[in-house]
Design a protein around this ligand. Structure first.
Ligand SMILES: [Zn+2]
Length: 204
């Protein structure tokens, strides 16, 4: 049986957050499910394309607290039949992708003064879990259109020319070119002198 988008997402989150339980993946997953009416484009794309999830954890401490990371959802055209060109997978990329940002909402509902008599009191957590200060998961899901996705059109030599141009050395800078050519010959002289000495040494 084919997986649904939510099954695939849950599978990814279980695997990805195995060692990052501080992110409370269950809370984020459920918050995403609660928005399912608004994310039909993603759910439909899951049927039409090959979907890949990846998670970026925010390294910066401040943003780690308020925005601990994001799930990136990229899409690829499905391969026709068996095999296919896996190497150049980027050529199968679809022109849009999605980002699920993990955010938080601080709910200042009051300093906890719960007691066992309160409804729903949890002895382990020493709180009834309703009406006290807490931090709730919040998400932001966005769709991004890629205007372009491509690799450099040209050979490596073209790249060298660009490097020269960017460093201010243009075709017209003859002095610099001459200097580089002379350095090349100097390097060659040094190299062959070393080879010559080595040859004499080895054949004594
Ligand atoms: Zn409480």
């Amino acid at each position: 049986m084919n997986k649904t988008f939510f099954e695939a997402l849950k599978e990814f989150m279980l695997e990805e957050f195995r060692d990052q339980q501080d992110l409370e993946p269950w809370g984020y997953y459920e918050t995403i499910v609660q928005q399912q009416d608004k994310i039909s484009p993603i759910i439909n794309d899951y049927e039409d394309y090959e979907m890949k999830f990846s998670f970026n954890r925010t390294e910066d401490y401040d943003s780690q607290y308020y925005n601990p990371g994001q799930i990136n959802i990229s899409l690829y055209k499905k391969l026709e039949g068996e095999g296919g060109d896996w190497e150049r997978y980027w050529e199968r990329r679809v022109d849009h992708h999605y980002v699920i940002n993990f955010l938080i909402e601080e709910r200042y509902w009051g300093y906890c003064q719960c007691s066992p008599e309160d409804e729903g009191y949890n002895y382990g957590r020493r709180c009834c879990g309703n009406g006290c200060d807490w931090v709730a998961p919040q998400i932001n899901i966005s769709m991004h259109t890629d205007l372009a996705y491509g690799s450099f059109k040209g050979v490596e030599r073209d790249m060298w020319k660009l490097a020269e141009e960017w460093s201010g050395v243009t075709e017209g800078n003859e002095a610099k070119k001459k200097e580089e050519e002379l350095k090349y010959y100097d390097d060659q002289i040094r190299y062959w002198e070393e080879q010559r000495s080595k040859y004499i040494e080895d054949n004594k």
